[in-house]
Design a protein around this ligand. Structure first.
Ligand SMILES: Nc1nc2c(ncn2[C@@H]2O[C@H](COP(=O)(O)OP(=O)(O)OP(=O)(O)O)[C@@H](O)[C@H]2O)c(=O)[nH]1
Ligand SMILES: [Zn+2]
Length: 354
């Protein structure tokens, strides 16, 4: 018997599961997905499950089961058929790379996201801020892991650089291969029954970190070639792994692009404590901190009280947000128009009786 609580089951899921339980369904958590095959951990151990026809045909991709989801399923010949996804506590998503405004759900029901950057060549405060903003907007708390500290002479300098960005989150230095900082990370940040996700570009050491925590090689670690310093894509799928300590970790394949998906009434600004504090002193309450007179943010940048990187990241994310919003508004307008057209056709058919 597996205790579902040790996998993160709580009263939220319990409540939503009631009606399914009455129908004789079971509950399980998705630990990996390969094609149509979903691996679930259940009260009776592990089982494979497929999607029901209704789920497969009538559901948007973002709402289909993802790693981390709790699902209601029916047992059938040693296999499960997933009938429904229980409402998520949160979902880690990103905008897919390129011009599309499509959202991709990476993993769900997450307590903390670890953003991993390697200090060798991957360290990039701009990219880090993009991850931070998106994670916070998904209602997930972030922790920054600066890995490969053994490869630079003064790793603390990088840590201070991240702290100076002013985000309210822990920043840790690690070496996955040298096992430095791992114990402290595990003891302070990896709590039993909680679910964590590792994100970051390919080659920053995510698989190596997972393996170090597990104490054995679960995934092949890809050798980053010295020749061109381009990491090979080694992690191909996401897995929810139970660590010996009872904490769960979802490893995700390297993602160089991490597009933000801020919604219409939100502002990237809300996710930066330094900017929020400063904007209270702007002359105009709806200041965009770009061209307005009496802008406290611009003044702080000029006087060196706000790091340029923070301001630059704010501008960049705002621009992207505007693009994302016009695009999704346009999509909604087209959908509305299509709905109207479909209604007209139905009416027309009724009148003509065919
Ligand atoms: N020197 C040093 N090398 C490391 C460290 N952590 C990882 N590496 C090396 O970096 C390379 C890439 O590590 P992986 O763990 O495969 O990286 P990943 O983030 O899982 O990459 P993807 O699976 O492609 O997303 C391997 O050769 C590791 O041995 C570290 O702390 N120090
Ligand atoms: Zn302003």
């Amino acid at each position: 018997m597996t205790s579902l609580t040790s996998y993160g089951w709580n009263t939220h899921f319990e409540q939503h599961f009631h009606t399914y339980q009455a129908q004789g369904l079971e509950a399980g958590r998705v630990t990996s997905i390969e094609g149509f095959r979903h691996k679930l951990v259940t009260a009776d151990g592990n089982t494979d499950a497929m999607l029901s026809g209704a789920l497969m045909n009538g559901t948007d991709n973002a709402d289909l089961p993802k790693v981390g989801d709790w699902v209601a399923f029916k047992s059938y010949d040693n296999e499960g058929i997933i009938i429904s996804v229980l409402p998520r506590i949160n979902e880690l998503s990103r905008k897919l790379p390129g011009r599309t405004t499509e959202k991709q759900v990476i993993a769900t029901n997450i307590d903390t996201a670890f953003i991993v950057q390697g200090l060798d060549r991957d360290f990039n405060p701009m990219r880090l801020q993009r991850y931070l903003v998106q994670i916070m907007q998904c209602n997930i708390s972030p922790v920054v892991l600066l890995n490969k500290q053994d490869l630079v002479p003064d790793p603390e300098r990088y840590r201070q650089e991240v702290i100076a960005l002013g985000y309210d989150c822990p920043v840790l230095l690690l070496s996955a291969t040298g096992h430095e900082g791992l114990q402290q990370w595990a003891a302070e940040q990896l709590l039993p029954g909680n679910t964590y996700v590792l994100i970051g570009s390919s080659g920053v050491g995510k698989s190596t970190l997972v393996n170090a925590l597990l104490g054995y090689r679960l995934q092949e670690e890809g050798a980053v070639s010295d020749f061109n310093h381009k990491g090979r894509h080694t992690t191909v799928s996401r897995n929810l792994i139970m660590l010996p300590s009872g904490a769960m970790l979802i490893d995700s394949p390297g993602m160089r692009e991490f597009g933000v998906t801020l919604e219409a009434d939100e502002q990237g600004l809300n996710y930066h404590p330094l900017l929020t504090a400063l904007s209270a002193e702007c002359r105009f309450h709806d200041c965009t901190h770009q061209h307005e007179p009496g802008c406290a943010v611009v003044a702080a940048v000029r006087e060196g009280r706000l790091p340029c990187e923070v301001y630059e990241s704010y501008l960049k994310i705002n621009r992207e947000q505007a693009h994302y919003q016009t695009d999704s508004l346009e999509k909604k307008r087209v959908e509305r128009q299509f709905g109207k057209m479909a209604k007209q056709v139905v009416q027309y058919r009724k009148q003509r009786k065919y």
